[in-house]
Ligand binder design. Structure first.
Ligand code: XMP
Length: 514
């Protein structure tokens, strides 16, 4: 690998992808590997540095993840974070105390004193807030190390052995709540590991385009376009590389937002050089979904049918050139949480049926995080609103029409959702939300319109703010906006007579209703 690389060794902590993203933000390429990876593999990559992540265990648990101690003798700089720091200390002969007393556990924002002489903390204030999440703590550093940060409860909030370039922090520098955390990671990467920072999206595009051209040669390539960010950016990148040798098959299952299918078609046929095939198949999907109300069954049917349509199209065309997909890095990271041998299956990675023999598979975004994919999309000239669109579930409105999915109910939901979108955009609130949408819960209620009694559908509004979608807050949208949305939906969407707002956070709710 010619690119300078840092390895994030995953011990099962919850912020592992965040660590990797922070490293990439410093323009250093990094890969997450599970702690079960063989040390020979690490040697073969010859990384500029290694970061041990946190993890849920205590170093004393019999089942807790450990690593071959030889790693500390490779001469490669290592930064241990939280559990990673404790593991470093434990393996090298320091003392880790398994705290039974909650008084020494630290969770959340913690005032921390840093030693300004240490390379990780130089030019930073001597005190600051760090984000802690630990029960065990290091009571004595291993030989050769010195203590470089402390808190009121933690005698070793950071430690360093400059001679061996081994560093440990008990807190989480990757989390935004740690003041100057990114600066500390930057110092580790540049001042300790000697990284140059050559990971840039411009060079990524040039290199990838050249690779795709070489791989495809004069063959054809086909990509299943869903209209989501990942497959759209993959399509744009491959189109830049091989133009009309690319055919995008856009399966419009009729479960997208109002007018979205047309928007995707216009974008790709106008802005990019490629063959674009749109398959309109709402009827097929609806007939498969007839009478089905169970959410998981609906998801299954929609996912399976999407690829049935796609593969049938390929069979029809007889095209067996290359097959491309918009797999991104988080889709294929192996987890360090015990089942490390198994790569998570995800909707972005599909198996090709046995009767179709492609020349090979192309996944041009396989090493990128979502924010990097978006940067590439912008640079390739995809419209801003397509690149920055909110997440949309693979099964589309199929999981927002609760209960049976019918053409009529999809249309009600699309119309209500379009009004919500319109109002949120007009008042400038849309950009402040992580995600917002309308739901059709399948509840009918009594109302009065004009002088007549109504008995019609209820629409629910869902809006959340979140950093990572693992947890989310319901959004505090001003009442006036909610009021306008409600008025317009009831007046403009036939068969709706009531609107409610979902004020459930995640947990205990989820973002979607199904
Ligand atoms: P939940 O409902 O699990 O949603 O809190 C978290 C985020 O994931 C999106 N989501 C999906 N995305 N296929 C997807 O590609 C799905 O089946 C799916 N279900 C939920 C959801 O919109 C939110 O952004």
């Amino acid at each position: 690998m010619s690119q300078e690389t840092v390895i994030v060794l995953d011990f099962g902590g919850q912020y592992n992808q965040l660590i990797a993203r922070r490293v990439r933000e410093c323009r250093v390429y990094c890969e997450i590997l599970p702690y079960t990876v063989d040390i020979e593999k690490i040697k073969s990559i010859a990384p500029k540095g290694i970061i041990f992540t946190g993890g849920p265990n205590s170093v004393y648990d019999t089942s807790s993840p450990h690593y071959n101690p030889e790693i500390f003798h490779l001469g490669i700089p290592i930064l241990g974070i939280c559990y990673g720091c404790q593991l470093m200390s434990y393996t090298l002969g320091g003392e880790v105390v398994s705290a039974t007393d909650d008084a020494v556990s630290e969770y959340g924002k913690t005032l921390t004193s840093y030693s300004p002489d240490n390379i990780l903390f130089k030019n930073l204030p001597e005190q600051g807030i760090s984000w802690m999440s630990h029960r065990d703590y290091i009571s004595k550093v291993p030989e050769g190390f010195s203590v470089t940060a402390t808190t009121a409860h933690c005698p070793v909030a950071a430690m360093a052995d400059d001679a061996r370039k081994l560093y440990g922090v008990q807190f989480h520098p990757e989390v935004n709540h740690t003041e100057n955390g990114s600066h500390m990671l930057h110092s580790f990467l540049y001042d300790v590991c000697g990284c140059q920072g050559n990971w840039r999206m411009d060079s990524f595009i040039d290199d990838t385009v050249a690779q795709i051209r070489e791989q495809i040669g004069d063959k054809s390539v086909v990509l299943g376009l869903s209209g989501g960010v990942d497959s759209s950016v993959a399509a744009a990148l491959i189109s830049k590389a091989v133009g009309k040798q690319l055919t995008c098959v856009f399966v419009d299952q009729g479960l997208m937002r109002k007018n979205e299918g047309d928007y995707v078609e216009q974008t790709f046929t106008k802005l990019f050089d490629m063959n674009f095939v749109r398959v309109n198949c709402q009827e097929t999907f609806l007939s498969k979904l007839k009478g089905i109300t169970d959410p998981e069954e609906k998801r299954n049917i929609i996912g399976t049918e999407f690829y049935n349509v796609f593969w049938n199209k390929i069979r029809e065309s007889g095209d067996t050139g290359f097959f491309a997909q918009g797999t991104i890095y988080p889709d294929r990271i192996e987890s360090g949480k015990g089942d490390a041998a198994k790569i998570k299956t995800h909707h972005n990675q599909v198996g090709v049926p046995k009767d179709i023999n492609f020349e090979g598979i192309i996944e041009p975004l396989r090493d990128l995080f979502k924010d990097e994919v978006r940067m590439v999309g912008e640079k390739l000239g995809l419209p801003h609103d397509l690149v920055w669109r909110q997440p949309f579930p693979g099964p589309g409105l199929g999981v927002r029409v609760i209960g049976e999915v019918t053409a009529e109910r999809v249309k009600i939901l699309q119309d209500a959702d379009a009004i919500l979108r319109d109002e949120m955009e007009q008042c400038g609130y849309a950009d402040q939300m992580s995600q917002f949408f309308a739901v059709l819960p399948g509840v009918k209620t009594v109302g009065v319109m004009g002088d007549a009694r109504t008995y019609s559908e209820l629409v629910a509004i869902r809006a959340v703010t979140t950093d990572d979608f693992m947890t989310a807050d319901w959004a505090k949208i001003p009442y006036e906006i909610l009021g306008r949305v409600s008025n317009r939906i009831i007046n403009e969407v036939p068969r709706v007579n009531r609107v409610v707002y979902d004020i459930t956070s995640k947990p205990p709710g989820t973002v979607e209703w199904e």
